[in-house]
Design a protein around this ligand. Structure first.
Ligand SMILES: O=C(O)CCC(=O)C(=O)O
Ligand SMILES: [Fe+2]
Length: 326
């Protein structure tokens, strides 16, 4: 059942029927409708969240839960445009750099591209080589590196987890009432239009109780969430730019997939006013935060995201109290 639905959305020859895909904005506009999701609120909205740069005030956040999966939450784009620019630039310029691991094959790309993909892409003048370099980037891993073959993390295969991303996840986890979340592994997925991610569960982490945080930027994904086996029919939802998906509780070990990316999002290329008080947030790359407000600096990132999606998928690996894998 999961695979049949996956193929219906992935179909190349025709456009798929999207009438069943859950759109959270529609639910918000029409809450009476017999919908598959509902809005929920948290009673901590007056807490002082110390104005994390790049995020709207939590009072303006809209959180939804899927009725079929009470542990699957979506916070519908809590980012400002400026915040989205920052995270997109981090995912393109910085996260794919050594010592983080990238998918680029050593037989197809030389070390300069494999160690600093974005810099080489910007410097490359040949259009067909540029296209080849751009389309080849599919994932980078941070913290404990995901092993795609064994699916087992290894104490000897990890790099430092970025402090900005860790603080961002900490903020969302405390907002949702999960204390003590530790960001220990992330996969950043890059999806050019036409790409997909087939059905899987994320079970490599010894800790299955901590939630998983997943951030979407750029073009819209159709995301399928199914059950604990491939027999169950999945629910399709849209994940749009800025959305934060949380897989917690029973949904944490459910099958999920991205069968299709749809081109819907146009990000502004204009310059943005700069934010103040950035000096209180030293864990951010403050220079980058300021640079992306400038339309010239932002231009190559905006052009990448015009036909691609980026997903940051953050997990806690270790059980509470553990300091390493055993
Ligand atoms: O791109 C997504 O939304 C999901 C990615 C995912 O499931 C994964 O990295 O395990
Ligand atoms: Fe996954």
């Amino acid at each position: 059942m999961f695979k049949t639905v996956f193929k219906q959305y992935k179909v190349k020859s025709t456009s798929p029927d999207l009438s069943e895909v859950v759109s959270f904005d529609e639910i918000d506009d029409n809450p009476e409708k017999d919908s598959k999701a509902q809005r929920i609120s948290f009673n901590n909205e007056d807490t002082n969240w110390s104005e994390f740069p790049g995020l709207k005030s939590p009072r303006a956040w809209r959180t939804f839960v899927l009725k079929s999966h009470p542990g699957l939450l979506v916070i519908r784009n809590p980012f400002t445009d400026h915040g989205q620019r920052y995270w997109i630039a981090r995912c393109l310029r910085d996260y794919p750099r050594a010592p983080n691991i990238v998918n680029l094959n050593e037989r197809l790309f030389d070390d300069s591209v494999r160690c600093d993909w974005w810099k080489e892409l910007q410097e490359c003048k040949d259009p067909s080589e540029r296209h080849r370099i751009k389309a080849a980037m599919r994932w980078t891993t941070l913290g404990y590196h995901h092993d795609w073959d064994t699916k087992i993390y290894n104490e000897h295969s990890k790099s430092p987890f970025p402090e900005d991303l860790s603080r961002l996840c900490q903020l969302f986890s405390s907002y949702l009432g999960y204390q003590d979340f530790r960001s220990e592994a992330a996969i950043v997925n890059y999806y050019p239009l036409g790409s997909s991610l087939s059905g899987h569960t994320d079970h490599s982490e010894p800790n299955h109780l901590a939630p998983l945080f997943s951030f979407s930027f750029g073009q819209t994904a159709i995301f399928l969430i199914g059950g604990r086996t491939l027999e169950e029919k999945p629910t399709a939802i849209y994940l749009e730019s800025g959305d934060v998906l949380v897989m917690s509780g029973e949904s944490r070990l459910c099958y999920h997939a991205v069968p299709r990316i749809i081109q819907t999002t146009n990000m502004s290329t204009d310059s943005l006013p700069n934010e103040s008080k950035l000096e209180n947030f030293k864990f951010l790359d403050i220079d980058l935060f300021e640079q992306v407000a400038d339309s010239n600096y932002w231009q190559p990132f905006c052009s990448y995201i015009a036909d691609s999606r980026i997903n940051i998928n953050v997990r806690q690996v270790l059980k509470p109290g553990d300091l390493k894998l055993n």
